[in-house]
Design a protein around this ligand. Sequence first.
Ligand code: DMJ
Length: 456
Amino acid sequence: MCEATDVFVPRLSILAVIALAAASCGNSRDDAHAKQMADRVRTEFLHAWSNYEKYAWGHDALRPLSKTPHDWYGEPLLMTPVDALDTLILMKLDAEAKKTRRLIEDELSFDRDIYVKNFEITIRLLGGLLSSYQLTGDKRLLNLAQDLGRRLLPVFNPPTGLPYVYVNLRTGAVRDPITNPAETGTLLLEFGTLSKLTGDPVFYDKAKRALVETFKRRSSIGLVGEAINAETGEWTNIDSDISGGIDSYYEYLWKCWRLFGDRDCLEMWNASIPEIHKYLAEDSGGELWYGHADMNSGTRMATNYGALDAFFPALLALSGDVDRARRLQRSSFKMWNLHGIEPEVLDYKKMRVVSPGYHLRPEIVESTYYLYHGTHDPEYRRMGEKMFDDFMKYCRTESGYVALSDVVTKQQRDEMESFVFAETFKYFYLLFAPQDALDFDHVTLNTEAHPLRRTW
Ligand code: DMJ
């Protein structure tokens, strides 16, 4: 109930009391609305989850339009269950979490003769197993993580220390040396945590070397490119940006400092970020955007920004640059509103869609959450509500949530990636849930939104 407090106050203070009462009344209305939103998000998460259970239980993912299961490599590695488990726990969906844990413990085996993508398996499975272990204390999850970590280690074999893209989980054979900074530099949070929790330094050392070797190959103006050969260490694509292929390399420079207190990571961050602002940022009609540039000359290559780039306000906010974070988030939200849902890539000069898909990506929601957490500005919850309404309007089907192949026509696409459970719903939920739903100050979320806690 929102009533003025019934206490004696001197006449002059009456206005102040009324203002206070109105503010607290407003606050409690806001809190009640946020709670409703958190409940809505949880209900929708359950809608997607129960359809995964119904049509794809035990497989990597559900294809919601055809209602069929999909396994990335022909045999299940339980991508969706492992990616979703810590969200189930955070949302206090206890029965579902218990059932999922049992599935993982009974069925998940990495002794398989398949080539897997090191980056995806690390951020989704290794990250998911480690965070769920830390949330539950269940040693079997840590054992699975350790087994997986050992099987992934051969990727670091090239003399450069940069990892191959694929490794065979049973034989340790490796392939595909053409990789990128996101794949070489987004491993240390997971491998490092595995070292800290098992006492075996090999994981930390290998992943850190890969990160450092990537950094060492930055150009004379401090930028990295989009593709590099792990065997030779030569760049094969000199386009520089903050988009997929590079994005989480920067994210892990800051987060590895945050989680491990590793000063080398802080120094690499300090040496990299000013160059991004200098060469990639652009003030376009008062709006802040980040485009593409030649990593050697800094020449503008494209004025493209997209759904993946939209992670950057979160990282800026986390590292303390709230002004830039706010400005860039405004641009991301403009991109979202152009067609009522964001495209994969937009030309921000022409305000024209370059790549029209929407893969149910979380990055823009992630940034909204970090900004809300950092500022408590209700604007971000309003933004999040608009996005969630659109997300439901265009992507909800009777059998889950579907990607869009075209945000202009809203043509749907038979895909619901595991990160929808690990990230998209989790960030929507955290944005509206009470602040203690996650003890933000004591965890670092990996790039797949798996919270890792410094227990060592
Ligand atoms: C996720 O797997 C991770 O967030 C990764 O860093 C980028 N791509 C997807 C989500 O869009």
